[in-house]
Design a protein around this ligand. Structure first.
Ligand SMILES: [Zn+2]
Length: 301
């Protein structure tokens, strides 16, 4: 029977050291989540500053690749050692479910619980910028594994001691984790749908007729981008971008009378930004409309 051993714990808690000490000389496949996270970030080509949502997707992608690698090993009858942070039961359950689908593997988990001295030593050795206190706070976030999650054995690793630590099975943990997982899935799905809808809408703005409002003379026309361009309008998507300040003028009106021009030339504030309190009522309407583009151009107002 194949054995899958998870090794979990906070940063610098000694996971890699433990794996090297107990498994490196054995005939096992070792899959470390960090390798896959790096891969996911590289593939996404994301810069250092990324949104939380993009980051979350990268982590999900990394888990997917990591799990695929584990399943591949299990499928060919290899024992597997898995290095993961795995703080939450829901993350562990998504792995365990998949492993149980394809095999009757024995699943065990080792939770790193180092003494302060050992942990501090690890931090110093790696010259980490984080303090022991902050790492311990991370560790507090760990939901300690419960047999109900599907583990055959759960161990606490305190420095060089390995203790079996099986709490009574608690089905509540599993129920809650599954609920969290399905909510998370639904959230990702609806965000994707929202994004696809928006992309479709933006693409349609190149060809569909929509309301063009001249911010200077108040003229409005329900025309396509092409027609607007041909009759002299300065309007996105051809000129400037939706939701960004720029001229919104018909063929007869001048740039110098636009909100865009005013904001960029009147140095009332250090930067050319819109200060709503300084706007006239008409300018405020223009600015509100710009901020809600392209949706604000679909219906006549
Ligand atoms: Zn005009």
């Amino acid at each position: 029977m194949v054995t899958v051993s998870f090794v979990i714990g906070a940063n610098a808690s000694g996971k890699t050291y433990f794996i090297n000490k107990h498994f490196a000389d054995k005939d096992v496949d070792i899959h470390n989540i960090y390798d896959y996270q790096q891969k996911a970030y590289d593939e996404a080509g994301l810069a250092a500053e990324i949104s939380r949502s993009a980051q979350f997707r990268c982590l999900l992608k990394a888990q997917e690749m990591h799990l695929d690698a584990i399943i591949e090993s299990v499928n060919v009858g290899r024992d597997v050692v898995v290095e993961q942070t795995f703080f939450k039961a829901k993350r562990r359950i998504s792995y365990i479910d998949k492993i149980c689908e394809v095999s009757d593997a024995r699943i065990e988990i080792y939770v790193m619980c180092p003494s302060d001295e050992r942990w501090q030593m690890n931090i110093d050795e790696r010259e980490l910028k984080r303090s022991l206190e902050t790492l311990k706070k991370d560790q507090d976030e760990i939901e300690f594994p419960n047999p109900a999650e599907g583990f055959d054995a759960i161990y606490k690793v305190i420095d060089d001691d390995i203790e079996l630590h099986m709490e009574p099975p608690n089905e509540e943990i599993v129920i809650r984790a599954r609920k969290d997982l399905s909510e998370e899935k639904e959230k990702v799905r609806s965000e994707d749908e929202e994004k696809a809808k928006r992309k479709e809408l933006l693409e349609s703005m190149n060809t569909r007729p929509f309301w063009h409002y001249c911010e200077v003379c108040g003229k409005k026309e329900f025309i396509t981008d092409e027609d607007a361009f041909n009759s002299g309008w300065d309007y996105p998507p051809r000129t400037g971008h939706f939701r960004m300040l720029g001229p919104r003028t018909c063929g007869k009106c001048m740039l110098k009378d636009t909100l865009y021009y005013k904001v960029n030339t009147e140095k009332k504030v250090p930067l050319p930004v819109v200060v709503e309190e300084l706007l006239t009522p008409e300018e405020r309407i223009t600015w509100q409309r710009i901020k809600k583009e392209p949706e604000s151009l679909l219906e006549e107002t």
